[in-house]
Design a protein around this ligand. Structure first.
Ligand SMILES: Nc1nc2c(c(=O)[nH]1)N[C@H]1C(S)=C(S)[C@@H](COP(=O)(O)OP(=O)(O)OC[C@H]3O[C@@H](n4cnc5c(=O)[nH]c(N)nc54)[C@H](O)[C@@H]3O)O[C@H]1N2
Ligand SMILES: Nc1nc2c(c(=O)[nH]1)N[C@H]1C(S)=C(S)[C@@H](COP(=O)(O)OP(=O)(O)OC[C@H]3O[C@@H](n4cnc5c(=O)[nH]c(N)nc54)[C@H](O)[C@@H]3O)O[C@H]1N2
Ligand SMILES: [Mo]
Length: 763
């Protein structure tokens, strides 16, 4: 058995509290939390000034937080509590200089909590691991690049290197990064999408011939019904609250589908609506809440489709027969499948009664225009692809595609994770893309598919990947099976982390290791050609420029494009790619991108339009790049998601006060938790069955598909409004429970929302 205490414990807090939260989301609670945070980070002056420049239509920087789009009306205060924390976290005055590294060995730092590591502040200069002293020591940029170049030259094949991206990297740096990897000769480009929305991309691509959602904010403003599945919007996409509140005031229906009733499914005070904040007036953000079991969404959506099809027998208007006839294929098979799936099975697998499913279906069939929006609650499952396709099936039934106010709308994670894919981070690139890249950049990119996140970890274990580069992120903690991932990284010849802050991935390193500190998005990026801007793409395919405004945290920082160019020149001594010229002026990178990437024609001009530009979505115009040239219904069987007796299905998720592996505090305000992260939310009856009371210490044991077990000990049980047989707790600590082999056969995504566990009182 593999036992672990969980790597990310932010230190012992005060005694834990649990008081169910009954206030609206955002509003004064958020304002108070922000103020406390700014005081703690001593950013009361510069913080607010920077924040006023965030997501500003002309010349601000893009919030480095989530990927929710900017307000189309150019609202000057389009901000949220978590965006503010995120920006402040980057702008901190604290620094991790060479004195810090001289004072602490890596072994000593390994005993620190993840909170303490990041809390040391911004990294200031390149560092190299010195095994003799077990410390990081300063190294010049030139020597760091040369060290990387030597390690790359020592590889037997280019596929012995792997290049990870966390979804924050701007488009221009992204393009250079994939160019470097492919010119070197590998498609090993794992990214955080492999753990996040891979399922959405694959499902939408198969069904509609585009890997992205088709709607934008204007559609949100016009829709009659919003269905929100598996998103904790108040914490993870807080600006969505504004859209939900506006929809409610317009009289739109808002259905939340989530095992937990999250804060966004109750009421909100719109963050920038000062009049309402002053009067404490809140707006509802939900008209119906449905609580399926974990993993039950596909059955629930199938049930809604079945109900719509049943209604269509007497009311032909319940489906859009003309749309189905003209634009889709596979309808008859899908209808037959829905008829063949019996209600008892749908109720059992979804955990929702037929009456409640019918109520949701009625909202859907009464709405002229519907949008379905989802995030990780839908994707991080074995059957994530099938579930997203089931959502598309339901949309197609009523022609909810290619018209205003209707369509699929996945909520992406990191601020530029969608742009990363658009600009070439893909371990399975298309032939067309590679051909264009070859033509325009004069390189010979490899054609074989590369490794994704799980594939990279396994290859490192086997000694087949020897050089790992992390372009942002915190791979060691974000990936599943923490001890296994740690061991994989430790087997590398060289690990390189391009980062802004100290994190676990610097301490879990290869035989040689480099920390390369970079500029943050809030900071001025000065190159030979003057002050540079970099572009990003949001969840709704809008591409716009972001310009930093702060003085860099240290004079020794380089921009991400400059670091990539330095690495590339070292690894590719005979390259004819104009790396230095690209870095002098990012317009030159954009000129090349315009020739390689679909939808980026005239990039430099269009990206400077006031709100940027939107990349065309063919499916939006009812053009489908699918084998049939039509939107394709799917007919997957329902998966069995009901846990065996005594077993719980555990979903790992974020608290309100964290950004992925970055933990701001031990509180989870909207779920009523204070001073506690090592918890497991359980149904009260499931607790009673096991003789467990609130805050009792429990051991959680997961059993993987291959029968191996993993455990977390001394966690605290919290009774919560969650269906029986389900449980929830926090990532990244709970990655200890996620077995490396338990990834979806459909998307290769680690199964992070359906971990089979048993829970018992600690001895
Ligand atoms: N403040 C903040 N913002 C963030 C992030 C952050 O860490 N902090 N992370 C960013 C990133 S990278 C991403 S990908 C997104 C993640 O955004 P979310 O997808 O909201 O992330 P999670 O916290 O994993 O929450 C998943 C939600 O799914 C629900 N859920 C769990 N299992 C199921 C299920 O089987 N069915 C349904 N319907 N729901 C289920 C949980 O109750 C929870 O509400 O947020 C982004 N924004
Ligand atoms: N169990 C479980 N595990 C999960 C998930 C889950 O729901 N459950 N969610 C998964 C998901 S959706 C995701 S996206 C991943 C997240 O995985 P990652 O993206 O790898 O992790 P982050 O925590 O976002 O990375 C934080 C680090 O990024 C660095 N950083 C911050 N800003 C910048 C910058 O501007 N440039 C550079 N170069 N570095 C910067 C800082 O050093 C910081 O320590 O985790 C995944 N892991
Ligand atoms: Mo993500």
């Amino acid at each position: 058995m593999n036992e672990h205490q969980g790597a990310a414990r932010p230190g012992d807090g005060e005694s834990p509290e649990f008081r169910p939260y009954h206030h609206p989301a955002a509003g004064w609670g958020a304002a108070k939390s922000v103020t406390e945070f700014l005081v703690r980070e001593r950013e009361l002056v510069t913080g607010p000034r920077a924040i006023m420049r965030m997501n500003h239509e002309n010349g601000g920087f893009d919030c480095p937080g989530c990927a929710w789009p900017d307000d189309t009306k150019g609202l000057h205060l389009d901000i949220c509590e978590n965006g503010i924390k995120h920006v402040t976290w980057e702008m901190t005055r604290k620094r991790v200089g060479r004195e810090f590294f001289a004072a602490h060995t890596v072994t000593e730092l390994s005993g620190w909590s993840d909170f303490e590591l990041e809390d040391q502040g911004r990294l200031t200069e390149p560092m190299r691991y010195d095994p003799d002293t077990d410390r990081y020591v300063p190294i010049s940029w030139r020597d760091a690049f040369a060290l990387f170049g030597r390690a790359m030259a020592d590889l037997d094949t280019p596929d012995q290197a792997s290049f990870y991206t966390s979804g924050r990297l701007g488009n221009e740096a992204t393009f250079l990064y994939q160019l470097m990897a492919r010119e070197f000769g590998t498609n090993n480009l794992p990214d955080c999408s492999n753990m996040c929305h891979e399922a959405s991309g694959r499902a939408l691509q198969a069904a509609l011939g585009t890997g992205k959602g088709t709607v934008d904010l204007k559609d949100w403003e016009m829709t009659d019904a919003l269905f929100i599945l598996g998103v904790n919007a108040a914490s993870n996409a807080p600006r969505m609250l504004t859209s939900l509140a506006e929809a409610y005031r317009r009289g739109a229906q808002i259905v939340h589908i989530n095992p937990l009733v999250e804060a966004a499914a109750t009421r909100t005070i719109i963050p920038h609506d000062f009049a309402r904040m002053a009067t404490f007036k809140s707006t509802r953000t939900s008209t119906l809440n449905v609580q399926p079991r974990i993993g039950g969404d596909m059955a629930l959506v199938r049930g809604m489709a079945k109900a719509v099809l049943e209604e269509a027998r007497t009311n032909p208007k319940a489906i859009d027969a003309e749309f189905v006839e003209r634009h889709t294929t596979g309808f008859d098979e899908y209808r037959a499948l829905c008829e063949a799936t019996d209600w008892a099975e749908i109720e059992r697998q979804s955990g929702v009664s037929r009456a409640d499913i019918a109520a949701a279906a009625r909202v859907y069939s009464e709405a002229h225009r519907s949008i379905f929006s989802w995030c990780l609650g839908v994707t991080q499952h074995e059957h994530g692809v099938d579930t997203v396709r089931e959502i598309v099936n339901l949309l197609l039934l009523r022609g909810n595609l290619g018209r205003e106010g209707a369509g699929p709308s996945p909520v992406r994670g990191h601020s530029n994770v969608q742009g990363n894919r658009t600009c070439g981070i893909d371990h399975r690139p298309t032939e067309e893309f590679l051909d264009r890249l070859a033509d325009v950049c004069g390189i010979e990119p490899p054609r074989a598919h590369g490794l994704d996140t799980i594939g990279t970890i396994e290859a490192m274990h086997r000694g087949e990947v020897k050089v790992f580069v992390g372009m942002g992120g915190n791979f060691a903690l974000a990936a599943p099976d923490t001890p296994h991932t740690f061991a994989a990284l430790q087997k590398c010849e060289l690990t390189v982390q391009v980062s802004t802050k100290l994190n676990r991935s610097h301490l879990v390193h290869g035989r040689q290791a480099l920390i390369l500190p970079c500029l943050g998005r809030t900071e001025k990026d000065n190159q030979l050609g003057g002050l540079q801007e970099t572009s990003v793409e949001d969840s709704m395919s809008m591409v716009h420029l972001s310009r930093g405004m702060k003085r860099p945290a240290s004079p020794h920082l380089l921009s991400e494009p400059a670091i990539i160019a330095g690495l590339a020149q070292a690894a590719l001594p005979n390259s004819s790619t104009p790396w230095s010229r690209y870095v002098e002026d990012y317009d030159r990178i954009r000129d090349t991108m315009a020739q390689v990437l679909d939808g980026f024609e005239d990039f430099n001009r269009r990206v400077r339009l006031p709100l940027g530009f939107r990349i065309r979505q063919p499916a939006r115009e009812l053009v489908f790049h699918t084998p049939s040239g039509r939107a394709e219904f799917s007919t997957a069987a329902l998966p069995d998601v009901v846990p065996d007796p005594g077993v719980l299905a555990l979903g790992t998720m974020r608290s309100h006060d964290q950004w992925n592996t970055t933990i701001y505090s031990d509180d989870d305000r909207y779920r009523g938790i204070k001073n506690l992260r090592t918890l497991i939310f359980m149904n009260a009856e499931d607790m009673r069955d096991r003789g467990i009371g609130q805050f009792d210490a429990v051991d959680i044991t997961s059993t993987a598909r291959d029968g191996s077990t993993r455990a977390l000990r001394q966690y605290k049980a919290v009774p919560y409004d969650i269906p029986r047989g389900c449980a929830a707790g926090y990532m990244p600590e709970m990655n200890v429970l996620c077995a490396i082999g338990d990834y979806s056969t459909q998307s290769d995504q680690p199964i992070m929302k359906h971990v089979k566990v048993t829970v018992e009182r600690s001895a």
